[in-house]
Design a protein around this ligand. Structure first.
Ligand SMILES: [Zn+2]
Length: 138
């Protein structure tokens, strides 16, 4: 595991408004500590810099691992994963209630690979939405 300084860690978390940059789960509402993800893993030449780091919940980071791409479930063609530094979340995903729908190849591939809509994760979002703890995504 690559060392990320406390200063850089704080900057990444604040820049993300303490939400997972993939599934948008608020950090306060997670039982597990959020992690700093190398969007392009170091084994692929990714650097430990602001431009290649994002805040990720343990679920998203665990499912993403060092992957850069996956298959679009609709076309079965290889596509890059959503990149929180260069892509706009709302261009690739849409909330349907608690369900996160992929709108693009990148969105669909990322939603499936990172298992955004696994039953337990859907249930958590339903509870956050019902209790008013899920802020709109901009
Ligand atoms: Zn997440």
């Amino acid at each position: 595991m690559t060392y990320v300084s406390e200063t850089l860690r704080r900057l990444v978390a604040e820049r993300a408004h303490h939400r997972c940059e993939y599934c948008k789960l608020p950090e306060n509402d997670s039982y597990a500590s959020f992690q700093i993800d190398h969007i392009i893993a170091t084994k692929h030449g990714g650097k430990t810099t602001e431009a290649n780091l994002c805040l990720s919940c343990a679920n998203c980071n665990g499912h993403k691992g060092s992957d850069l791409a996956s298959l679009d479930p609709r076309t079965e063609k290889i596509t890059l994963l959503f990149n929180p530094r260069t892509d706009q979340w709302t261009n690739h995903f849409k909330m349907n209630g608690a369900y996160i729908e992929g709108l693009t190849s990148e969105g669909r591939a990322t939603a499936r690979l990172l298992q955004f809509n696994a039953r337990i994760r859907l249930r958590v979002r339903e509870l956050l939405l019902a209790s008013g703890q899920w802020d709109a995504i901009e």
